[in-house]
Write a protein of this length. Structure first.
Length: 528
């Protein structure tokens, strides 16, 4: 039986859909493969809608809009072209043929053009075959999708709201230290703890406040009862997701969908574009975990996150290490785990665990604070591992101390340092980043008021909360950095860098002096 592709089509009301209507009214024959969705304007079709089409198993997606320059809403079709170009890069990265996505121009009077466009797209997709995400592709290829990851390990759900884990003495210390409570007094960790004590976590799973928590662990630092509130938040999010509830994820769920695709797909990706192949290898016992750095550049192109990986590889090479960088690795799954998507997280984790063991890896180095916490703390909870996990700052500091990495080039800048939540309060890595900055020649390093375990969060956790209160948190932290007189705010977490850059790229609440948000690898690379 010959393959017939399923196509999802978005057609603008005034031109694309009118062209399809003319074709139908004049009984022009075109393949029935296309499912057409009528939209007011192509500008209303965002990346999420297109990715959802692929997620549901469509073999191709086509956007049919007005001719460029004829948009009834001025520039909707131009925006659609940008969306398509951006998504083609994402599909290519995921290992899905970018030819499965198209934008075509059809006016209201061009019924024959509409027919031609659909016929040609059907033939193109027949040559490509079923999308790797479709059930048909999985039936034809055992490697098309990952297996069901099995039950959730007990270690990922370790707390019970009905036990002594919630022996709160109502001291208010969590409220006084919570960054969200500082800008929104209606948010109260103590209040939610009391609610959990009285009602269990059923109502908590229905409360929007469940996803407002930054999971920054500041409350845990001061709690005299050692209440595991953050772990209960994570567990409640998993239960909420099992009941079909989910957070109002920012950026249109695009990051979440990309991670879901990686969990479901077992096709060759294209992760290594933009990296110098001479800086890494495909075999060895030390692996540099690239993580989501290439993906971030598709979503936040103004932040240039791949530069972090490029600089990290230069530093590793200078220290005598040529690491493995694998095209087969996947996202660590941090965002999925912390937003309740435990099954997808386990698929990613087990895929990575299998890869690391197959490669014979003994040490994993990563530049991401959240990736570091996930690889170091969460993966061993799934199955035993026999490798060491290092954050890049640990490697650099160690190499500087033993003499294998020398930083001799002066960097004449004044910098301050932001402790990421996952590297600091979770990983307890405070000294290594400071050792590095203090030992770079020419660098003037000065501290902010709130540092180490008292460091303020960047304001966003797992891309599940970004609102006016987030901006207030970011504004306060950046003002604190500016008060030091530094022209660089250095951090060791790509997401902190993204969130602060997004704040500065938008409309800051209060005017700030020029402040560059830099990853520590950027500063170290300048000192090589």
């Amino acid at each position: 039986m010959s393959f017939e592709p399923d196509i999802l089509g978005f057609a603008c009301n005034f031109c694309g859909y009118a062209g399809a209507d003319q074709a139908g009214a004049n009984k022009m024959q075109y393949p029935p493969n296309i499912k057409l969705v009528r939209v007011p304007c192509m500008g209303r079709v965002d990346t999420t809608l297109v990715l959802e089409g692929f997620e549901k198993g469509f073999d191709g997606v086509i956007l049919i809009g007005c001719h460029i320059g004829d948009c009834h809403f001025i520039s909707g079709n131009k925006n659609a072209v940008l969306v398509v170009d951006r998504l083609k890069n994402i599909l290519r990265y995921l290992g899905i043929e970018p030819e499965r996505l198209k934008f075509e121009e059809v006016s209201a009077g061009e019924g024959p053009v509409f027919v031609k466009v659909v016929k040609e797209f059907v033939e193109e997709l027949k040559k490509l075959g079923p999308t790797p995400l479709s059930a048909r592709a999985c039936a034809d290829s055992p490697g098309g999708q990952t297996d069901n990851p099995g039950p959730v390990p007990q270690s990922l759900a370790p707390v019970d709201p009905d036990t002594h884990q919630l022996e709160c003495i109502q001291c208010n210390k969590c409220m006084l230290t919570c960054p969200l409570n500082r800008v929104d007094p209606t948010y109260s960790p103590r209040g939610y703890t009391l609610q959990l004590l009285l009602n269990g976590d059923e109502k908590f799973t229905e409360d929007k406040g469940l996803y407002r928590c930054l999971t920054c662990y500041q409350c845990k630092e001061v709690c005299p009862s050692h209440i595991r509130f953050i772990e209960i938040v994570r567990q409640a999010r998993r239960k909420a997701r099992e009941k079909g509830r989910m957070d109002e994820c920012k950026h249109g769920l695009i990051l979440r969908r990309i991670q879901q695709f990686q969990a479901d797909l077992q096709v060759a990706q294209n992760r290594l574009a933009g990296l110098d192949p001479d800086t890494f290898t495909d075999s060895g016992d030390t692996l540099y975990f690239l993580g989501c750095l290439p993906v971030f550049d598709f979503i936040f192109p103004h932040t240039n996150n791949l530069m972090i990986a490029q600089n990290a590889l230069k530093i590793l090479n200078r220290a005598g290490v040529k690491p493995v960088v694998s095209n087969d690795e996947k996202c660590c799954g941090y965002d999925l785990l912390w937003n309740g998507e435990t099954e997808a997280f386990l698929k990613l984790a087990k895929s990575n665990l299998k890869l690391f063991k197959t490669l014979g890896i003994k040490k994993i180095i990563t530049s991401c604070a959240e990736g570091f916490a996930t690889l170091k703390d969460e993966y061993p909870a799934i199955e035993p591992v026999d490798w060491e996990v290092q954050h890049i700052t640990q490697f650099i500091a160690e190499a500087m101390r033993n003499g294998s990495l020398k930083l001799n080039t002066p960097v004449e800048e004044k910098v301050t340092y932001h402790d990421p939540c996952r590297l600091g309060r979770v990983g307890h890595i405070y000294d290594d980043p400071r050792y590095i900055l203090k030992n770079i020649p020419g660098l003037d390093f000065t501290e902010m008021e709130f540092i180490r375990e008292n460091s303020r969060c960047c304001g966003v956790g797992s891309f599940s909360n970004c609102d006016a209160h987030t901006k207030l948190i970011q504004s306060d932290r950046l003002e604190e950095a500016a008060e030091t007189g530094a022209n660089h705010l250095v951090t060791t977490c790509p997401k902190c860098r993204i969130h602060f850059n997004c704040y500065l790229d938008g409309r800051p609440i209060r005017e700030l002096p020029p402040l560059n948000i830099a990853d520590i690898t950027e500063i170290v690379a300048r000192a090589l």
